[in-house]
Write a protein that binds this ligand. Structure first.
Ligand SMILES: NC(=O)c1ccc[n+]([C@@H]2O[C@H](COP(=O)([O-])OP(=O)(O)OC[C@H]3O[C@@H](n4cnc5c(N)ncnc54)[C@H](O)[C@@H]3O)[C@@H](O)[C@H]2O)c1
Length: 462
C-alpha cells in the first residue's frame, strides 16, 4: 500500500521505517529539513537501537523515502498523523496546533476516498475536532490508531506490538459488514496495513475514536500511577527503615500486581508520560471528573518530588550542603537507550545541584551532545572514566547498562571520596559497599549503610 507518515520524530520515523519493512511504499514527511536530510541518508536523527538498519533497508529496497514537501503525500491512499502534541505553554492541556496545521496542509493533497489515521497521543474529542478541519472532504475517512512504542525499544515494539487499537467512526458496530463480518472503512484499511502483524497473532481491538483516544491516555496514566505509587511507598520505607527493593520484589510476585513499573527511583520524565498525565488531568477537569484530575495531580507531584528528594539526599551525603562539592552525575537522558533529554529527571537534578553551588559534571553514553547547550551551569564529559575523576559524590541518575557494569573498585580509584547515591536503585549496593563505598538509594536506607560523615570539609579548591 502507498502510505504517508506526517511527522518523523521518535514515533513517525520508526513507524515509517517499520511500515516499509512490512512491504509498503512509504513517504515520510517532516517540516524539519535537517531531520529529513538525515533520515533520507538512512541515519536516525536520534539514538534508537535498530533504527539505522531499518532505515537503510527501507531505502535500499526503494520503499522508504523522506520529504519536506507535503505534496509528496499526494500519492498515498493512507496517511498517518504522527506530529507532536506537547504540553500547552499556558496550561496542562495538550497543544494540538501541530496536528491541526499538519491536517490543513495535507487537505489539498488527499486523493478521493483517502484514509487519514492519527497515531499521536491526543485528548478525547480530538478526532471530532479534526473532522471539522477535514469538513470540506466528506469522502475522506478519519480514524485513530494510538501508538504504544517505548523509546529505547521502539523498533521491537513496532515490529511486535502488544496490541493494535483502531478507533473508528461509529465504533466496533460500524467497523464490520453486518452480513459478512468483514472489516470495512478505516478498520479494513488498517487491517491491510498491519496484515503481517495480524497474521502473526497480534491482537487488535476495534472501538470508537473516543475510546481509542482514552485507551492511550489511560494506559500512560496507569503506568505513571504505578511508578509514583512505589516511589511514594519508597519514602515510607526510608521513614520507617524498610527496604523498597525487597518490598516491590515481593509485591510483584503477585500476578495481580506484577513487577513491571514497580521499581522505586528518581521517577519518570521524557516527552510523553509527564505531558500525557497533565493532558489527562485537563481532560478530566473539562469533563467534570474531579477524581481523575486529583489523582493525576498527585501522581505528578509525587513524581516531581523525587527530584528534590534526590537533591536533599545528595546534600545529606555531603554533610548538609552540596555547595562547593565536586559531584559526578551518571546519565543525562530521560531513560537508558535513548539520547532524548526532554524533561530529563537526571538533568533536572544535576541542574538543581549546580544551582545550589555544586560543581557538577554530567556524563552519558549518548545524550551529552543534546544536553550541553541547554544546561550552561553543568560541565559535560562523554567519557565516564574522566567524569568520575576527583568526585566527592557520585549520583546514578539514568541506569544505562554501562553504569550498571561499572566496577566499584575502578570507580573507587578515580574518585576523591567513595560516596554513591544510586537514585535508580540499579546497582548492587553490597558489591559497592564491599569496595568501601557509602551507598544510598531511594527507599533502601535499611540496606544502604550510614550517612556520609557530616564533618567532611569542603576542599580548599572549591
Ligand atoms: N516518543 C514516543 O515514545 C511516543 C510513543 C507513543 C506516542 N507518542 C506520541 O507521538 C506523538 C509524536 O511524538 P514524538 O516523540 O515523535 O515527537 P517528536 O517531537 O519527536 O516528533 C514530532 C515531529 O513532527 C514534526 N512536525 C511538526 N509539525 C509538522 C507538520 N505540520 N508537518 C510535518 N511534520 C511536522 C516535527 O518536526 C517533529 O519531527 C506525540 O503525540 C507523542 O505523545 C510518542
Amino acid at each position: 500500500m502507498k502510505i504517508s507518515v506526517i511527522g518523523c520524530g521518535y514515533l513517525g520515523a520508526v513507524h515509517a521505517a517499520t511500515l516499509a519493512s512490512m512491504g509498503h511504499s512509504v513517504v515520510g514527511i517532516d517540516v524539519d529539513h535537517a531531520k529529513v536530510e538525515q533520515l533520507a541518508r538512512g541515519a536516525a536523527p536520534f539514538h534508537e537501537p535498530g533504527l539505522d538498519e531499518l532505515l537503510q533497508d527501507g531505502s535500499a529496497t526503494g520503499r522508504l523515502r523522506f520529504s519536506t514537501d507535503i505534496a509528496d503525500a499526494a500519492c498515498a491512499q493512507m496517511h498517518f498523523l504522527c506530529v507532536g502534541t506537547p504540553q500547552d505553554k499556558a496550561s496542562d492541556a495538550a497543544d494540538l496546533s501541530y496536528l491541526v496545521s499538519a491536517t490543513r496542509a495535507l487537505l489539498p493533497h488527499l486523493a478521493a476516498g483517502a484514509v487519514v489515521v492519527g497515531k499521536s497521543t491526543v485528548p478525547v474529542g480530538t478526532v471530532d475536532m479534526l473532522r471539522g478541519v477535514l469538513g470540506r472532504r466528506p469522502d475522506v475517512l478519519l480514524g485513530w490508531n494510538p501508538e504504544f512504542l517505548r523509546q529505547g525499544t521502539a523498533v521491537k515494539d513496532s515490529l511486535v506490538p502488544d496490541r493494535l487499537v483502531y478507533g473508528v467512526d461509529g465504533g466496533k458496530a460500524a467497523a464490520f459488514n453486518r452480513s459478512t463480518g468483514a472489516p470495512v472503512g478505516v478498520a479494513a484499511a488498517l487491517d491491510a496495513v498491519y496484515e503481517p502483524l495480524l497474521r502473526a497473532g497480534i491482537p487488535r481491538q476495534v472501538c470508537s475514536c473516543a475510546t481509542a483516544e482514552l485507551i492511550k491516555s489511560a494506559s500512560n496514566a496507569y503506568l505513571a500511577t504505578k511508578i509514583s505509587f512505589i516511589n511514594a511507598v519508597s519514602e515510607l520505607c526510608d521513614a520507617s527503615g524498610a527496604d523498597v527493593a525487597e518490598l516491590s520484589e515481593a509485591m510483584g510476585l503477585d500476578p495481580r500486581i506484577g513487577n513491571r513499573y514497580l521499581h522505586a527511583g528518581l521517577g519518570f520524565g521524557g516527552g510523553c508520560l509527564p505531558k500525557d498525565i497533565r493532558s489527562f488531568r485537563a481532560q478530566a477537569t473539562s469533563h467534570g471528573v474531579d477524581a481523575v484530575a486529583d489523582w493525576m495531580q498527585l501522581v505528578d507531584s509525587v513524581n516531581l518530588g523525587q527530584r528534590q528528594r534526590t537533591v536533599d539526599l545528595a546534600a545529606d551525603l555531603c554533610g548538609g550542603t552540596v555547595a562547593g562539592r565536586t559531584i559526578t552525575v551518571l546519565g543525562a537522558s530521560f531513560k537508558p537507550d535513548t539520547d532524548d533529554i526532554r524533561d530529563s529527571p537526571a538533568l533536572d537534578v544535576a541542574d538543581r545541584l549546580a544551582a545550589a553551588g555544586a560543581h557538577v559534571t554530567v556524563t552519558d553514553p549518548k545524550a551529552v551532545n543534546n544536553a550541553w547547550r541547554r544546561y550552561p551551569r553543568l560541565r559535560f564529559e562523554a567519557n565516564a572514566t574522566r567524569a568520575l575523576e576527583e568526585a566527592e559524590l557520585v549520583l546514578l541518575l539514568t541506569e544505562w547498562d554501562e553504569y550498571r557494569r561499572l566496577s566499584p573498585a575502578v570507580a573507587g580509584s578515580l574518585v576523591r571520596r567513595r560516596v554513591l547515591l544510586d537514585a535508580r536503585n540499579a546497582l548492587d549496593a553490597a558489591a559497592w559497599q564491599a569496595e568501601g563505598w557509602v551507598v544510598r538509594g531511594l527507599g533502601t536506607s535499611a540496606a544502604g549503610g550510614s550517612f556520609y560523615p557530616t564533618d567532611a570539609p569542603v576542599p580548599a579548591s572549591a
